[in-house]
Design a protein around this ligand. Structure first.
Ligand SMILES: [Fe+2]
Length: 379
């Protein structure tokens, strides 16, 4: 039996072979090339609740005072998450590791940034603080100390038995029922009302490379997955994602766990502890990773993932039509909360955009039409 015709993998075009109508995403000259996404910064109304979720999610507390919570993962980064107590919970921004040769004071002068007091930087070192075009904080850090990695168990999936290969003999699969151990912070996804401005800023400041550019039916780029430029060293398919939308906001962040069994057992632990599940387990198309999405107590999205793609800097940028179906290869349907809900609040956002002169109506109509097309009508 053949597959129904509705099942198909979206096309993708290397930049040099993209269709004529598809616009190339221009890459500005970078000020430097970031080495790593270091940590994320949040304001949180309730640090105790936030810590409880993040511990069940798989992070480890480094320090918590009445006003500040610092968490790490199992890897060598001194921190992957810094939360400050505030009246309103919100995403504040992200910190990146800058190469030793980068002239941070010069970048700060060019972009209107300031030096960060050294005692504010986990692991010490020198840092500057910038604002991206949407007002998110971006720290660039040099000279932070690393910490000793914590033990992680051997992967179980390198001994997976398949139809043609049975490397696992006289051995069972018994992953421990424990929070998924997170090794490191993988990526952060931001929505913006001005895709080109934000994409240009992040490419210029971080030297990031577009891995996959998603375009609208008229060929305009709308959403892009960017990876770090580490030359010949492979880097994740995406470390930063910028998506055009109706408001500037944190979309989600993603955290790499040991393997697929950590993903599955981690889901059990989070469910057993009463946390709110969002989406998964499934496999993404762009990036290929296995995913499982969760809401923290304030409704911010956090993704567990494993088995993602990595590319060296010479891998050519791909162009892919924007469509909900291109988000995931298999798994449950995209939850409605991931897509804009038609409501008075949505109309208000559109009105605010129009009033501020930032509404691109043809773009809005195109993306609305695409999002209205069910990706998996059988789900
Ligand atoms: Fe993600």
């Amino acid at each position: 039996m053949t597959s129904p015709t509705v099942l198909h993998t979206p096309p993708e075009y290397p930049e040099s072979q993209r269709p004529d109508f598809v616009q190339r995403l221009h890459r500005p000259e970078p000020l430097m090339k970031a080495r790593e996404l270091a940590f994320l910064m949040f304001d949180k109304r309730d640090l105790v609740r936030a810590e409880r979720f993040w511990q069940d999610f798989g992070l480890i507390t480094v320090s918590r005072t009445a006003d500040r919570l610092v968490m790490r993962a199992a890897g060598g980064a001194p921190a992957v998450l810094v939360a400050t107590r505030a009246r309103r919970s919100r995403y504040v921004g992200a910190a990146f590791v800058a190469p030793e040769g980068a002239d941070l004071p010069h970048i700060a002068r060019q972009l209107g940034g300031q030096a960060v007091p050294p005692d504010q930087v986990p692991g010490g070192g020198r840092a500057i603080s910038l604002r991206d075009p949407d007002g998110h904080r971006v720290w660039l850090i040099q000279g932070s100390a690393r910490v000793d990695p914590l033990p992680v168990r051997e992967p179980i999936t390198n001994q997976i038995n398949t139809l043609t290969q049975t490397p696992r003999v006289n051995a069972t699969v018994r992953p421990p029922i424990a929070p998924a151990r997170i090794g490191r912070l993988g990526h952060v996804v931001m929505q913006t009302t001005d895709f080109r401005l934000m994409a240009d800023w992040y490419m210029r400041v971080l030297g990031i490379i577009p891995t996959d550019v998603q375009y609208l039916p008229d060929g305009q780029p709308l959403l892009t997955f960017f990876r770090l430029d580490l030359g010949g060293t492979p880097s994740d398919h995406h470390t930063v994602v910028i998506a055009g939308g109706l408001e500037p906001k944190y979309e989600h962040s993603a955290w790499e766990v040991e393997d697929i069994d950590a993903l599955g057992q981690g889901q059990q632990v989070l469910k057993a502890n009463g946390h709110r599940h969002m989406w998964g387990i499934g496999r993404h198309v762009l990036g290929s990773q296995l995913f499982d999405y969760w809401y923290d107590p304030d409704g911010f999205e956090f993704e567990h993932y494993t088995d993602g793609d990595v590319f060296t800097a010479d891998h050519e940028t791909r162009y892919v039509p924007f469509a909900p179906g291109s988000i995931w290869a298999w798994g449950d349907d995209v939850p409605p909360t991931m897509l804009p809900k038609k409501s008075p609040a949505l109309l208000w956002k559109v009105f605010k955009l129009w009033r501020s002169g930032r509404l691109d109506l043809p773009r809005l109509i195109q993306s609305g039409k695409v999002l209205d097309t069910p990706a998996r009508p059988w789900l």
